[in-house]
Design a protein around this ligand. Structure first.
Ligand code: NIG
Ligand code: FE
Length: 386
C-alpha cells in the first residue's frame, strides 16, 4: 500500500542532493511512502500516483526525531529531589541510587509499562527511534532484566551496568562484576556499552576497562563524558572510536579537537542542564571546530525527565548557539549518526518511512514557538502512529 503525502510547504530531507542547503529542503513538496520505506520525494507538481493521498494543507514535514540517549527502564519518583534542587540543593550522581532501589523493587510488568508509556509519549512528540539504557538495576539479574525489557520496546539497547557503584560496594569489585559475570549475562541483550565516566562514578581507567571489555563482546562503546566537570571521558571515547560522547558540557581545546578529528559524535543533552540548572554545553564551539553534533533528551528521572525533542531543539537554539537548521539536523540526522544508522534521520528514496508533520509552515517553528505542541501527525515505519 503506497501513500502520497502532498501539500507540504517545506520538506526537510536531510539530503542535500534532494533540496536546498544542508537540510535538503524541498518547497511545495510531496513524499510517497511505500509500506515501511520512502519511495519518492520531490516537488508536489511532479508527484507520482499512489494508492492513498494525504493532503498536508501547507504544513511542514521533517524526518522522525532520533533520540540517541535515554534511560527509560526505571521505577519510582524523584520529584522531591528536583523540587529541592530548584531551591538550591546541587545535583549529584548519588540520586541514581534512589531510582535503583525503586527499580529493583518493581515487577517486570511495571517496568515494561513505564517504558511503553515513555516511548508513546516520545512518539507523540515526533520521536520515531529511541535508544534505551539499563543502569538502574546494578546487579547481574536486574541489569539483564532491564535490558530484556528495553529490547521489548526498541532495537537500540545499551548496557550501562557502569552507571554508578552501588551503595556499600567496593568500586574495584564492582568493575570486575561489570566486566565479568554481568557482561556475560547482559551482552546478548545489548548493542552498545556505556559508562558514566565522571567524578563520583567511574574514573578514566575504570571506564576504559569497561568499554574495552564490552567491545570484546561485540558491544560498541558510547560514553557519558564531561557532564558535571572536566574529565577523561571525551578523549577516551574518541580514542576507542566510541559512536558517541554524550553531554560534552565541560570541554577543553584538546577535547574539542579530538571530537572534530575523530569519528565520535558529540551528543548534547540540554534537558540535563535545564533540569540541574547548570551551564549549557557550547554547541557553537563544536560546530565551528567541525565536530558532528547530535541532540538528545537524556530522558531519566533524575537529571532530565523529558521525552521532548522539540523542547531540546528550542533550548539548543536559545542557549547553545545553534541555528534552527543545525538543531533540527542534530535532532534527526545527528541522532542517526550517533547510533550509526543510515536508514533513519533523513527522508529520501530507500529511507525508513518515519515522517513527522508539523502544525507549522517551517521546521524553524520548532525553535520559534517553544513549548507549543507542533507535532500534528507521525508515520512510523510507514504506519500512521499519531
Ligand atoms: O545522563 N549521567 C548519568 N546518568 C543520568 C542521570 C541519572 C540520574 O540522575 O538518575 C544522566 O544525566
Ligand atoms: Fe544519561
Amino acid at each position: 500500500m503506497s501513500l502520497l503525502v502532498t501539500g507540504l510547504s517545506r520538506l526537510v530531507t536531510n539530503d542535500p542532493s534532494l533540496g536546498q542547503g544542508p537540510l535538503g529542503v524541498v518547497e511545495d513538496a510531496a513524499v510517497v511512502l511505500d509500506g515501511p520505506t520512502v519511495a519518492w520525494v520531490g516537488p508536489a507538481s511532479s508527484a507520482p500516483a499512489a494508492d492513498e493521498v494525504h493532503d498536508a494543507g501547507g504544513r511542514a514535514a521533517i524526518p522522525g526525531f532520533v533520540d540517541s540517549h535515554a534511560h527509560l527502564v526505571f521505577a519510582g519518583d524523584r520529584t522531591a529531589e528536583f523540587d529541592a534542587r530548584m531551591s538550591g540543593t546541587p545535583y549529584t550522581a548519588g540520586g541514581i541510587r534512589t531510582t535503583v532501589a525503586a527499580t529493583r523493587a518493581a515487577s517486570d510488568a511495571e517496568l515494561s509499562a513505564n517504558v511503553a508509556r515513555l516511548v508513546a509519549e516520545a512518539l507523540r512528540q515526533g520521536t520515531t527511534v529511541i535508544e534505551c539504557k539499563s543502569g538502574y538495576g546494578l546487579t547481574v539479574e536486574d541489569e539483564a532484566r532491564s535490558l530484556r525489557i528495553a529490547g521489548e520496546h526498541t532495537d537500540e539497547v545499551t548496557y550501562l551496568g557502569a552507571h554508578v557503584v552501588p551503595a556499600d560496594t567496593d568500586a574495584d569489585a564492582y568493575v570486575d562484576l561489570v566486566t565479568g559475570p554481568m557482561l556475560d549475562r547482559c551482552a546478548p541483550y545489548a548493542r552498545w556499552v556505556d559508562v558514566f565516566c565522571e567524578r563520583g562514578a567511574f574514573d578514566g581507567d575504570q571506564a576504559r576497562a569497561i568499554l574495552e571489555a564490552g567491545a570484546k563482546r561485540g558491544l560498541t562503546p558510547r560514553v557519558h563524558a564531561n557532564q558535571l566537570g572536566h574529565g577523561p571521558g571525551v578523549r577516551l571515547a574518541v580514542e576507542l572510536s566510541a559512536a558517541s560522547a554524550d553531554h560534552c558540557t565541560h570541554l577543553d581545546d584538546a577535547d574539542v579537537d579530538a571530537l572534530a578529528s575523530g569519528n565520535t559524535v558529540a551528543t548534547l543533552l540540554p534537558g540535563a542542564e535545564f533540569s540541574t540548572r547548570a551551564a549549557y554545553p557550547d554547541a557553537r564551539r563544536l560546530l565551528e571546530a567541525g565536530a558532528t553534533v547530535a541532540l538528545s533528551t537524556d530522558c531519566n528521572p533524575g537529571s532530565s525527565f523529558t521525552t521532548s525533542m522539540p523542547f531540546c531543539v528550542a533550548v539548543a537554539v536559545r542557549e547553545m548557539g545553534m541555528t534552527p537548521d543545525e538543531a533540527v539536523w542534530a535532532a534527526t540526522m545527528g541522532g542517526a549518526r550517533a547510533l550509526r544508522r543510515t536508514d533513519v534521520g533523513h527522508l529520501g528514496p530507500g529511507a525508513r518511512a518515519d515522517l513527522v508533520l508539523l502544525d507549522a509552515p517551517s521546521h524553524v517553528h520548532l525553535a520559534y514557538r517553544p513549548g507549543v505542541p507542533l507535532v500534528s501527525a507521525v508515520w512510523h515505519r510507514g504506519e500512521r502512529a499519531v
